[in-house]
Design a protein around this ligand. Structure first.
Ligand SMILES: Cc1cc2nc3c(=O)[nH]c(=O)nc-3n(C[C@H](O)[C@H](O)[C@H](O)COP(=O)(O)OP(=O)(O)OC[C@H]3O[C@@H](n4cnc5c(N)ncnc54)[C@H](O)[C@@H]3O)c2cc1C
Length: 403
């Protein structure tokens, strides 16, 4: 009997747990350890700050789904992985022994790069953590009552620029809906060297499309932006530019989660798990990682302002499947080892652009690619809504084998 522990219960963790369950006999034990029983459809958090979704609309109980499929669930946070002794230390359930472990613990937001960046300081909004996305909605309602300049963007070192772009375009659309758009000057700040780099070295047509959106929606923008100082009503850039604001939302950089930061033998200097292309740790052969927890090296150089690679939902699913397959092969005594480097995974995404959306497809996440296209749908954002419904349905039903 082999015992596999999966740390984390969102995109990568659920996929890995259920795929492994499908591929190994019932005598082998699988346990998910996670501090929450809630599965959160993270991409729809961009709609919470405008009241289009409530957090409860995009959350459901994943424990029941896992237990129905004969995967154990322990509601607890891992404190660290002791890879030498094949043990997970938890906050409340002591030490758990494993034969295999998969870390899918996601990220920690690094607010400490700038004073006052943390939403608790009461100056800058955040859309990654549900309670702060709800707080951002309160701030938005205040802005509608008393309009003024807004700054939106991502700080130096950030990697999730795509979600910040989506927030930007939804903000612009919703201000128009409330008939106060003409009273709000919007400035977009990004560490990218050009619009539409996305931390993916760009996509064919992306810069042109994003530039035309900025022009069409009358949004000022600063690329290669590095923030020096955040104060109560103004943001100062390293180039000396000062941007007054009544409301601001900035995407911070990410590091690995605390449980991984406490497991130094497994991680790089940012807390991400160092794996090979089969998502197996480079030294500990029974340790795997998937999703945001995996180290991904950028294939491009940041000439000036630093920023990172976005790890989107599709690769999180694929890496979860690959890690599960490789553990299943090891348990079942098969010699086969599946590999697909992160950069070779296709890019598939829908970017909400207000009442519009852009479908992004590339056969590889990183260049060289054989094709990369961005197809705009200027009529509505039905694709983004469809994807939300599909992903929530798929995970509620435990249909992990689907794409
Ligand atoms: C606002 C926003 C919008 C996005 N929009 C898109 C989009 O449109 N399309 C797209 O493809 N991608 C999008 N993404 C990226 C996408 O959400 C991620 O790729 C995906 O969430 C990664 O899944 P994951 O399972 O690796 O990590 P997460 O979803 O972050 O899950 C991490 C899991 O680990 C658990 N955990 C944390 N600490 C511990 C611990 N100590 N012990 C045990 N468990 C722990 C957490 O509770 C959680 O269950 C967006 C991201 C954000 C922030």
């Amino acid at each position: 009997m082999a015992h596999t522990i999966i740390l984390g219960s969102n995109f990568a963790g659920v996929t890995a747990a259920l795929e492994l369950r499908r591929k190994v006999g019932k005598e082998h034990k699988i346990t998910v350890v996670s501090p929450t029983e809630d599965f959160l459809y993270v991409p729809s958090l961009i709609w919470v700050p405008f009241g289009r979704r409530k957090v409860k609309d995009i959350t459901f109980n994943i424990r029941k789904v896992l237990e129905k499929k004969k995967v154990g669930f322990i509601k607890d946070a891992a404190v660290r992985v002791d890879a030498e002794n094949s043990q997970v230390h938890t906050e409340k359930h002591g030490i758990l022994d494993y034969d295999y472990v998969i870390s899918t613990t996601g990220v920690k937001l690094k607010f400490d790069i700038l004073e006052n960046l943390h939403p608790e300081a009461g100056m800058i909004e955040n859309i990654v953590i549900p309670k702060y996305a709800e707080k951002a909605y309160d701030k938005f309602k205040e802005l509608v009552k008393d309009p003024g300049p807004v700054v939106v963007g991502a700080t130096q070192g950030a990697s999730c620029m795509g979600a910040a772009y989506e927030y930007l375009f939804n903000l612009e659309k919703t201000l128009r809906k409330h008939k106060v758009r003409d009273k709000v000057e919007i400035t977009w700040l990004t560490p990218e060297p050009y619009l539409g780099h996305f931390g993916m070295d760009g996509m064919t047509g992306a810069e042109t499309m994003l530039s035309s959106f900025m022009k069409m929606f009358n949004i000022n923008f600063v690329t290669d932006a590095s923030i020096e100082k955040i104060e109560k009503d103004k943001i100062t850039l390293k180039n000396g530019k000062v941007l007054p604001y009544k409301m601001a939302m900035l995407m911070p950089p990410f590091t690995g989660a605390d449980a991984m930061l406490n497991s130094p033998e497994l991680i790089d200097d940012k807390g991400f798990v160092e794996t090979n292309d089969g998502y197996q740790h480079i030294k500990y052969k029974n340790v795997f990682a998937a999703g945001l927890a995996v180290q991904v090296k950028a294939p491009f150089k940041c000439e000036s302002t630093p920023f990172g690679v976005p790890k989107t939902g599709y690769p999180s699913d694929v890496t979860g499947k690959i890690a599960a397959q490789n553990i299943a092969n090891m348990i079942n005594g098969k010699d086969k080892f599946v590999e697909k480097g992160f950069g070779d995974i296709p890019a598939m995404c829908v970017m909400d652009a207000g009442n519009k959306e852009v479908y992004i497809f590339a056969n590889k996440f990183f260049r060289p690619r054989q094709f990369a296209i961005m197809v705009p749908n200027v009529l509505n954002d039905v694709g983004k809504v469809f994807l939300e419904k599909y992903m929530i349905y798929k995970n509620k039903k435990g249909l992990s084998f689907l794409p």
